[in-house]
Design a protein around this ligand. Structure first.
Ligand SMILES: NC(=O)c1ccc[n+]([C@@H]2O[C@H](COP(=O)([O-])OP(=O)(O)OC[C@H]3O[C@@H](n4cnc5c(N)ncnc54)[C@H](O)[C@@H]3O)[C@@H](O)[C@H]2O)c1
Length: 275
């Protein structure tokens, strides 16, 4: 398949491009900055609508990773470009009848970030429908990305898979032990979730290769938590107000990846325990 990847020079893109090329897909790597890691990056500013529509002519799938990260509220720097660039990519999908798109969403779409004691996840494991209101610019940009994806699926019949990533960890950056203090507010707000960037790349490839999904938002995470403590202990000690909806096994992820397992056949291969 001929697959376009926006944000190909970025931290995730540099793993997605080789994952796709390794599966014999022909990849059009796009970014507004060159890369010393990814071969053959074509310069494109996805903030330019006409250039984006022209660049995506002839592709059979697009993985849209280009975005501006953000944490502040308000956040004009992240909200404005992220909403606009997603619109441009989806317009290219419509204009050329591209059958499949993968859009990078985030755990921030849930509304539990930035973390706050009075806004922690109410249920464990966290499933895709457990959204709460958010006014954070980056989180809103991801929620609108998902909503825009839904609109284009309804209007054009294309497939749009939105992937909610938690903290994406790179193999060289594992500290050699648990990832952070399990009692910290950020860990509790994100339910000790993380994902290895190689598993993000795997999920992107699986979504590109799948048909018939329509619109779907998926948690894409590791199979385990950031912590060495059993998940039952994490929930009891550090999330006592959350409703635990089923028995928890070992150190299983509390950020549920069951929907991705079922729909994509996604099974994460990496963990801080084995790196
Ligand atoms: N890294 C994480 O922990 C994490 C977590 C959740 C979601 N995400 C999402 O995953 C996606 C990829 O994240 P990343 O970590 O690779 O980010 P990154 O900042 O490392 O890479 C983003 C890439 O997009 C490019 N880009 C930005 N604006 C562009 C534009 N207008 N035109 C063309 N290229 C542009 C940048 O040059 C960069 O190479 C983003 O959508 C991000 O919001 C990342």
């Amino acid at each position: 398949m001929r697959v376009a990847v926006t944000g190909a020079s970025g931290g995730i893109g540099r793993w997605v491009v080789p994952e796709l090329r390794g599966a014999e897909h022909e990849v059009l790597a796009l970014d507004n900055r060159p890369s010393d890691v990814v071969e053959g990056v074509t310069m494109l500013d996805v903030a330019d609508p006409r250039a984006t529509v022209a660049a995506l002519r002839g592709v059979e799938a697009v993985v849209h990773l280009a975005a501006v990260p953000g944490t502040r509220t308000p956040d004009w720097d992240a909200f404005d470009p992220n909403v606009v660039t997603t619109y441009h990519v989806l317009e290219a999908v419509r204009a050329h009848g591209i059958p499949r798109a993968v859009l990078a969403s985030s755990i921030w779409a849930y509304g539990y970030n930035p973390p706050a004691e009075d806004r922690l996840p109410p249920r464990i494991p966290l499933v895709e429908d457990d959204l709460v209101p958010t006014v954070n610019g980056y989180g809103l940009s991801k929620r609108l990305l998902e909503q825009m994806g839904r609109e284009y699926v309804g209007a054009t019949g294309c497939q749009v898979v939105c992937m909610r990533y938690p903290w994406v960890v790179h193999p060289a950056r594992y500290p050699g032990g648990p990832l952070g203090d399990p009692s910290s507010l950020p860990c509790r707000a994100e339910l000790w979730s993380y994902v290895d960037v190689r598993d993000v790349a795997l999920a992107c490839r699986l979504a590109v290769e799948r048909d018939g999904l329509g619109f779907v938002a998926l948690n894409i995470g590791a199979a385990d938590t950031r912590s060495a403590l059993p998940s039952e202990d994490l929930a009891r000690r550090f999330a006592p107000r959350a409703e635990v909806t089923r028995a928890l096994a070992g150190c299983e992820a509390l950020y549920s990846i069951e929907r991705a397992r079922t729909l994509l056949g996604y099974e994460p291969r990496h963990s801080w325990r084995s790196r």
